[in-house]
Design a protein around this ligand. Structure first.
Ligand SMILES: NC(=O)c1ccc[n+]([C@@H]2O[C@H](COP(=O)([O-])OP(=O)(O)OC[C@H]3O[C@@H](n4cnc5c(N)ncnc54)[C@H](O)[C@@H]3O)[C@@H](O)[C@H]2O)c1
Length: 459
């Protein structure tokens, strides 16, 4: 096959859906993507190193909330999706998307071990006429510096034998409106032929494809998006702290500012940031910039403020208990919601885990309830949740609302609890109740008896 025909043959196979698509890493990102390719009419091979995940998927059981088991089992039964731990099956693929984890190390440096091992596996199985796209969030330069050389070491020429690109995943787990198919997909290829092939691949199953001029631009798009969120959440968290000190209702200020029809975007304060993206991704950029001797001041400051929020919540809890003449040590605390955000079951990097740890460090007895998370593992230990019964609500000296899941009856919570610290303002519109309710920042509802207006002019 000539080099030009590699490209046109692959485009033809994508076009008539005879291409076999590989997805490496079948988690929150990879499984929904694999399903989209299968729905678009391709045969899909999902490769994952976890036997547990592969066995589960081959039984038609989805471990990802956004992928219903019924949809998965239909593709398994029809043979359009197969999950495997056999690396050699990657050689059957015409195009491969990589969606493996990109965590941070303990020192907050990028941990590229998963990407490297996936790239090595693909390189061992690579052949002319293949397209390889990295989707894992990473620092600018990864696709060109880590993926491309591994494929070239097999004697393949990028841009003519093999097509290499970066396309950031933007999935927002639990989002009822935007999912893999209707979220525009940015694609940056090493060469123009790479972006052409990778764009055709994604256009087969995603409504809008946005080509950019290089993998570095595509890598940076994702980091800009999540840094934008981290910085704005940091800003609004600091506004909440300032409002608390000023005795002003932070949510009232934010809601009123959000009535401006232009030039303002609403972000809300909370107990901190969680998940696999917002707390981690900006550090990929910060790390890369450190190698260029540049300090990323916005990222560093937002990270400092956001990571302080669990401590701020615990101070609120301690002060609320203090007002009720109770020390935190020995108090019974019910944490409501441990997922890192509303209506999902993911506890990775969840600020709730920090809140629980900080409360326990200070001697509190903590239980949790989460309608989406029956139990979770931390430091090798499994913690089981409790039922949200009226007994449990009145057992607690304080109920701390950390995650604002929609399917919790908050009226029942404030009707039966004694004291509530609401970090999400989810009780704002409820009718008055038995519980004393405090917000994360000062609110007329939440201002404690102890609070006084700022001591202007007294010193
Ligand atoms: N979860 C999100 O909301 C989200 C959103 C956008 C981007 N991302 C990014 O997408 C990437 C994947 O994240 P995720 O949340 O899907 O992770 P995940 O942990 O849910 O899934 C990753 C899967 O990859 C598998 N895996 C690990 N190493 C492998 C290897 N060498 N070969 C094959 N499989 C391997 C794991 O067993 C796991 O099943 C990350 O870079 C993340 O930052 C995640």
């Amino acid at each position: 096959m000539t080099r030009e025909s590699s490209r046109s043959a692959l485009l033809g196979k994508i076009n008539d859906r005879s291409a076999t698509i590989g997805v490496v890493g079948l988690g929150y990102v990879g499984l929904p993507l694999a399903m989209e390719f299968a729905k678009a009419g391709f045969n899909v091979i999902g490769y994952d190193v976890s036997e547990r995940v592969v066995d589960l998927l081959m039984r038609g059981e989805s471990h990802i909330q956004d992928v219903p088991s019924s949809e998965l089992s239909e593709t398994v039964r029809a043979g359009t999706f197969v999950a495997t731990t056999m690396e050699t099956r990657l050689s059957e693929c015409d195009a491969i998307s990589i969606a493996v984890p990109t965590p941070l190390s303990k020192t907050r440096d990028p941990d590229m071990s998963y990407v490297l091992s996936a790239a090595d596996a693909i390189a061992r199985q690579a052949h002319p006429g293949m397209c390889v796209v990295l989707e894992s969030t990473t620092y600018p330069g990864t696709t060109r510096e880590l993926l491309q050389p591994r494929l070239e070491a097999q004697g393949l020429v990028v841009g003519s034998d093999i097509f290499v690109a970066f396309s950031p995943e933007r999935v927002d787990p639990g989002n009822p409106v935007y999912h893999t198919k209707n979220t525009p997909k940015v694609v940056g290829g090493i060469t123009p032929a790479c972006v052409e092939v990778a764009s055709a691949l994604y256009a087969s199953c995603i409504d809008t494809v946005v080509p950019v001029s290089s993998p570095e631009a595509a890598e940076l798009v994702k980091l800009l998006e999540n840094t934008f969120r981290a910085v704005n959440i940091g800003l609004v968290n600091e506004i909440a702290i300032m409002c608390d000190k000023l005795g002003v209702d932070a949510w009232e200020v934010i809601d009123a500012a959000a009535t401006k029809p232009f030039g303002f975007m609403k972000f809300t304060p909370g107990p901190g940031i969680g998940g696999h993206c917002i707390p981690l991704d900006p550090h990929y950029l910060a790390w890369k910039m450190r190698t260029l001797n540049y300090k990323t001041r916005f990222i560093d400051l937002a990270s400092e403020i956001n990571s302080h929020m669990p401590e701020w919540v615990v101070q609120k809890v301690a002060s609320a208990l203090n007002d009720a003449r109770k020390p935190l040590r020995g108090s019974r605390v019910l944490v409501l919601g441990v997922a890192y955000k509303r209506d999902i079951d993911d506890v990775r990097e969840s600020p709730a885990l920090d809140v629980i740890r900080l409360l326990e460090d200070r001697g509190a007895h903590v239980e949790f309830h989460d309608p989406f998370v029956a139990e979770f593992k931390e430091d090798g230990q499994t913690r089981k949740g409790v039922e949200l019964s009226e007994q449990m609500l009145s057992w607690a000296d304080v109920v701390v609302i950390v995650t604002d899941h929609k399917n919790v009856d908050y009226q029942r919570v404030v009707d039966h609890a004694i004291l509530v610290v609401d970090t999400r303002n989810v009780t704002a519109k409820l009718t008055q109740s038995k519980a004393r309710v405090l917000g994360l920042a000062a609110t007329p509802r939440g201002r404690s008896e102890r609070r006084v207006t700022p001591a202007v002019g007294t010193h």
